[in-house]
Ligand binder design. Structure first.
Ligand code: PLP
Length: 393
């Protein structure tokens, strides 16, 4: 049978592909260290697990409204008020099966065939595919390493056409860990308002920030920007709840309503038990969030210095998320590889370290390393990379 054209060009997520290959080598008995994962290595805090279990024992095992439990939406409204001084009505919130699915449903709701969405490079792997699946066209803008990969006013203005529907910003960023300042967001916001471009603000790593950095949501800068923005967030990264699949979108009521209609014919509702867990995450103690954050920061500070000491590798120091995105072009060339992809394959097969090639993020000269693994493993992995690179010189 011939498959639909929409899936024929769809590429599997490169982060999942490398993880699968690393698992295969591990199953064969090789001592592989996987730095490909995009999820925290901590278990979900116990009080969240208990609240979810209790909800099932109390019989909350049935469908919920398509946009999510009213109580969970109330908690999300409270969180947005607390953290960003943003006031949303419950009708301006939709709970989805993860932030990924919130984004997917959003693009289905706003894009017509040929509509353009500006996607800054490096991007999270799913943005372009989701835009294309909705009939849209991703318009790429290359962030420069010397500018911390940030989108500039000039770049944004140049990329806007009559067909531009939306811009995606992801701060803190996966894969670079960069965070836009308030002033930089103000500039982006101005241009989007002037040109009526919807801002899709993916803030999933909001709680994982380091050093003196702070996170600002573009929606909090003015009432106009709040109306121009669809804010995306969820519990996966902040509460180590990746497998629970709970995320949300907040913004314009008509867009949220359209997304809810779509959800009512696709997922019906996000898993009921997981929604009860998410209520506990937002309503309960937040000390675990800080514990996990500070553990990531400690790891970052230790391995960053070791990584940039490797000949041929340069890397901006991330301010958020849990990834490093070094430029390894010179290291790959010095080691005799014609591409970073080849370098990554050899690194896995010979040094038994799994990293993700930057090509999946639109940046061929780079690799992504996740530091969501133990410090021992991280130190060993960076040492292996160092030896591998030096051994080939
Ligand atoms: N947005 C970014 C930038 C991500 O890195 C991820 C997960 O890797 C997501 C969204 C999806 O998160 P969720 O688990 O809530 O679907």
């Amino acid at each position: 049978m011939k498959l639909a054209s929409r899936v024929q060009t769809l590429t599997p997520s490169s982060t999942l592909a490398i993880t699968a290959k690393a698992k295969e080598l591990k199953a064969q008995g090789h001592d592989v260290i996987g730095l490909g994962a995009g999820e925290p290595d901590f278990n979900t805090p116990q009080h969240i697990i208990e609240a979810a279990t209790l909800s099932m024992n109390e019989g909350h095992t049935k469908y919920t409204p398509s946009a999510g439990l009213p109580k969970l939406k109330e908690e999300i409204v409270g969180k947005l008020k607390r953290d960003h001084r943003l006031s949303y009505k419950a009708s301006e919130i939709i709970v989805a099966s993860g932030a990924k699915h919130a984004l997917y449903t959003l693009f289905q709701a706003i894009l017509d065939e040929g509509d353009e969405v500006i996607v800054p490079i490096p991007y999270w792997v799913s943005y372009p595919e989701q835009v294309k699946l909705a009939g849209g066209i991703p318009v790429y803008v290359e962030g420069k390493e010397e500018n911390d990969f940030k989108l500039t006013r000039e770049q944004l203005e140049e990329s806007i056409t009559a067909k531009t529907k939306a811009l995606i910003i992801n701060s803190p960023s996966n894969p670079t860990g960069m965070i836009y300042s308030k002033e930089e967001l103000q500039v982006i916001g101005e241009v989007c308002l002037e040109n009526d471009v919807l801002i899709v603000s993916d803030e999933i790593y909001e709680k994982l920030i380091y050093g003196n950095a702070s996170h600002t949501s573009i929606a909090e800068l003015s009432p106009e920007l709040k109306e121009q923005t669809i804010l995306i967030n969820g519990v996966s990264k902040s509460y180590s709840m990746t497998g629970w699949r709970i995320g949300y979108a907040a913004g314009n009521e008509a867009i949220i309503k359209a997304m809810t209609n779509l959800a009512s014919h696709s997922t019906s509702n996000p898993t009921t038990t997981a929604q009860y867990g998410a209520i506990a995450a937002y309503a309960g103690p937040q000390d675990k969030v800080e514990e996990m954050r500070s553990s990531f920061e400690e790891r970052l500070n230790i391995i960053y210095d070791k990584l940039v000491a490797i000949p041929g590798i340069s890397c901006i120091k991330p301010h958020g998320a849990f990834y490093l995105f070094p430029n390894v072009k010179r290291a790959a060339e010095q080691a005799g590889y014609s591409s970073v992809e080849e370098f990554v394959t050899a690194l896995l097969e010979e040094a038994l370290v799994a990293v993700v090639p930057g090509s999946g993020f639109g940046a061929d000269d780079y690799i992504r390393l996740s530091y969501a693994t133990s410090l021992d493993q991280l130190e060993e992995a960076v040492e292996r990379i160092h030896k591998f690179v030096k051994g080939k010189m």
